[in-house]
Structure formats: structure tokens, C-alpha cells
Design a protein around this ligand. Sequence first.
Ligand code: PEP
Length: 267
Amino acid sequence: MAVTTGDTRIPFIAGNWKMNLDHLQSIAFVQKLAWTLRDANHDFGDVEVAVFPPFTDLRSVQTLVTADDLQIRFGGQDLSAHDSGAYTGEISGAFLAALDAAYVIIGHSERRQYHGETDELISEKVAAAHRHGIVPVICVGETAEDLEEHGPSAVPVAQLRTALEGAVRGQEIVVAYEPVWAIGSGQAATSAQAQQVCAALRELLVEVLGDEAAAATRILYGGSVKAANIAGFLKEPDVDGALVGGASLQLEEFASIVRFKSHVGTL
Ligand code: PEP
């Protein structure tokens, strides 16, 4: 799927379900989301939509998407840095690719915080995603302490710099800027704060990947996104979409976030 039309990056709204919804619930949810967006005449070429269900749901979601020829895309919430072998509990990028997963979230702050994931491991996971033709959604973001100590951009930029060491040049990546203090807190960054860091991340992309790749790479904002604030983020020049946690589990709210263009003018 194209990520740009002309010089414009296609906005991308991604729903990270985290550890919510089992495989039966995932089928009902994706089906209802598809109906809701169809009834609203949503154009998926205009705003791309993806969901990130738990691993155990992926086969069900794939079957539904294929059978009903849906344009909703899907991905994993993590993957192993390894391709196969004695790694109990791990999921290979090869398995995700076999299920047609287009994307995989890598380095979410909850994995960094609760599973001890380091920048180096995240870089290896980016390499694993690219080995299997899956687009990594690379999450970066500062904690409240980082913000106090280093200012807004230093930590996310350093995290992305290391993550990019694993990226294959010429293959697509998505970057998600998620300030840890904004995740699940109800206290989103302001759109100006998001723009400031996303612009710094794009500068790094220019330095590492070059102008063309940087201009084509989508940078998402994540952290307490809801229907009431999405349009403000998307009017910023370096914010190309959102990674949505809690609100991605509320059908009407998520569909409204996807349809953010219809809120422009209501700000
Ligand atoms: C997330 O976990 O990626 C996230 C952005 O969560 P929330 O939208 O609930 O803040």
C-alpha cells in the first residue's frame, strides 16, 4: 500500500489493543469497525487504519479480513529478535508474515518498562521485522523524569538513533512518538509539544536515512489520543497519525478518531 500520495504522507491511525479482547471478541470488534467505517464512507486510501490485537487473535483477524476483503490492516504488538529455535514464548517475524501482518509494534514503553527491553534489543527487533518484510512501528518517548532532566527531544531522538541501526535502508518504517507520561494518563501532550519532538525525529531521519526517506516516513503521536484531540495533532506538519491505546477499544470513539478529517473546523 502506498504511504504517500504525491508529496503528502497518508495519515495512519493505529489501534494498540494491548492485552485486551480474545479471538472471538476480536472478530466482533473488527467486523463492527468495518461496518461503521463503511457506513461513514471511509476512504482507506485517504486515512489508513490498522489494529494490533494480541497474538492469539491474529489468525482470526486475518481470516475475517481476507474473507470479507476488508481494508483494515493489522499487525503484532511485538516480535522476537530471533527467527526460530529454543526461545520459549517468543513469536517469530516469520509467523507474523505468514499471517499477512503488515506491521509490528516494536519498543512500546510497556515492553521497555516491564520486560526490560533495551535500545539494542529494539534495534535487533527492527532488523527482524525487516528480514520478514514487516513494517516496524518503532516506539520512542521520554518519561516525566527524562523530560525534566533532558528536555523533550533528547531521549526519543537517542532511542530512535539506536533503533535505526537495525533498519534496512529502503525498507519502510513507521515511528511512534509516545511520551510515557501521556500514555494511559488522560493527559495528552499538546499538539505543539508533539510537533516539536516529531520535527526533531524527522531531522534525525534526514541525517540517517536521507531527505527522500525522511519525507516519506510517517511519524505518529501516541498518548491519551481521543476523538476530541486527534484533529489538533494531525494539523501539525510532522505528525502523520496516531498510535491509540485505550480509545482503540471503544468502537465509536476509534471510528471517530479515524474520521478526524470530519472534525476539522470544529477545533
Ligand atoms: C499506547 O499505549 O500506545 C497508548 C498511546 O495508550 P493510550 O492511548 O491509552 O494513552
